[in-house]
Design a protein around this ligand. Structure first.
Ligand SMILES: NC(=O)c1ccc[n+]([C@@H]2O[C@H](COP(=O)([O-])OP(=O)(O)OC[C@H]3O[C@@H](n4cnc5c(N)ncnc54)[C@H](O)[C@@H]3O)[C@@H](O)[C@H]2O)c1
Ligand SMILES: [Zn+2]
Length: 377
């Protein structure tokens, strides 16, 4: 066994003991694309397999364009190409998704915050009220111009036939209520963020690079009494800044299974995985499709005036990549992407902040509550 495996084993055994002894009763899980890669959905930043390394396929001018509202207005096709690939019903949840369900069924999970738009948490059986889809999902659809909700069956049909869905009312483009760069996060994210992180005793971060804000602020605002545990291929965010931080590095499905073994949950996990392999996934997903969100604040909020005018970038309450991207504190630059198309309405400063994407480990940052609070407004 290599030293990493020895370290992982030690940490997971200790965490399992603490869970068994009742130390953690309000676990908040924070997940990203890494928990769905084993389902066959590429993440963004993994070398070779990530979407950012396969941009030619989507014919994009720069990586973030795929989730950029201004670019979408000009050319919605690449997004719908990706939507076709990510569409719910095409993928099965992974053991990690079932682990989330198990944690909830054992009465330990306060909330599951996800950045993923693939809805695999729902499909795995995590109840809707326990999930916060921070970046929205394919569940609902809306016109980008007049904001009218659109029928999910119609949008699904368009995605399948590689057509771009149009609004019944104004013929504007319709898109799933996935949060694009420059768009506001669902209010439910901010409501749950502060309430839950106050109570959270174990912050479990799995399969995310923690580069997209404000989601990445979640583990940063964990209280000093909260234990933070990372299960990922690499160290991310400000993990390791706190002396108490725990990090198990490697494949999340394998590590989660190991944790289940120490918790005596392995049989439960196997049963869930097996049972689900037998259901008619597509029928199940379609029976859940509704026109309006069931939970308050799950829909993408109304755009700000600035957004309506075409300004994108790090507006308060909106999604952005790697805070502090403009300041260079000597951290290694991992990605710096190309040009954003010149749109007449775009405001130069905001455009600048979304084109020069310097992605760097956020390790040097102090948790900044005021910054996060600003976003809430
Ligand atoms: N499945 C999806 O819904 C999906 C897919 C791609 C992108 N996105 C969106 O793009 C953004 C991407 O940010 P992100 O942080 O979620 O993803 P990311 O691609 O930036 O980072 C993924 C992280 O997971 C790790 N990882 C990948 N596979 C893993 C595995 N099997 N086990 C353990 N770790 C693994 C990587 O090392 C990396 O640190 C999010 O906003 C999300 O909405 C979603
Ligand atoms: Zn419309």
């Amino acid at each position: 066994m290599d030293s990493q495996a020895v370290e992982n084993e030690k940490i997971l055994k200790n965490v399992a003991d603490d869970i068994k002894n009742g130390k953690y009763k309000n676990i908040c899980v924070m997940v990203g694309a890494g928990i769905s890669t084993a389902a066959g959905i590429p993440d963004f930043r993994s070398p070779k397999t990530g979407i950012y390394h396969n941009l030619q396929k989507f014919n994009l001018p720069y990586a973030e364009a795929i989730f950029d509202l201004e670019y979408f207005r000009e050319n919605p096709k690449p997004f719908f190409e990706l939507a076709y690939e990510l569409m719910p019903g095409r993928y099965m949840p992974t053991p990690t998704h079932y682990f989330l369900r198990l944690m909830n069924e054992k009465g330990l999970m306060l909330r599951c915050f996800t950045q993923n738009i693939d809805t695999l948490e729902r499909i795995a059986g995590v109840p809707e009220d326990k999930i916060v889809e921070a970046h929205g999902s394919f569940q609902y659809n809306r016109c980008i111009e007049c904001k009218e909700m659109a029928d999910s069956g119609y949008v699904r049909h368009c995605i399948e036939t590689k057509d771009v869905p149009l609004c019944e009312k104004c013929k504007g483009y319709v898109k799933p209520t996935i949060v694009f760069y420059g768009e506001g996060l669902p209010s439910r994210f901010f409501d749950c963020m502060y309430e839950d992180m106050e109570k959270c005793d174990l912050a479990l971060v799995i399969g995310t690079s923690l580069l997209v804000h404000p989601f990445a602020d979640l583990p940063e605002i964990a209280t000093e009494n909260c234990q933070r545990l990372l299960i990922n291929r690499e160290v991310v965010g400000d993990f390791s800044e706190r002396e108490s931080d725990l990090m198990v590095l490697g494949d999340c499905d394998a590590l989660v299974r190991q944790l289940c073994k120490y918790l005596d949950w392995e049989k439960d996990l196997d049963e869930l995985v097996k049972a689900n392999n037998e259901v008619d996934l597509l029928a199940d997903v379609m029976s859940n499709v509704t026109l309006e969100p069931k939970l308050k604040g799950t829909n993408v909020e109304e755009d700000t005036e600035d957004e309506k005018e075409g300004v994108t970038g790090a507006l308060p309450g909106t999604i952005s990549i790697s805070d502090g991207a403009t300041e260079n504190d000597g951290a290694e630059e991992i990605v710096s992407t190309g040009q954003k198309p010149n749109t007449q309405n775009s405001e130069p400063e905001a455009r600048e902040s979304s084109t020069t994407t310097v992605i760097k480990p956020a390790a040097a940052k102090e948790p900044d509550k005021s910054k996060v609070e600003r976003r809430q407004k």
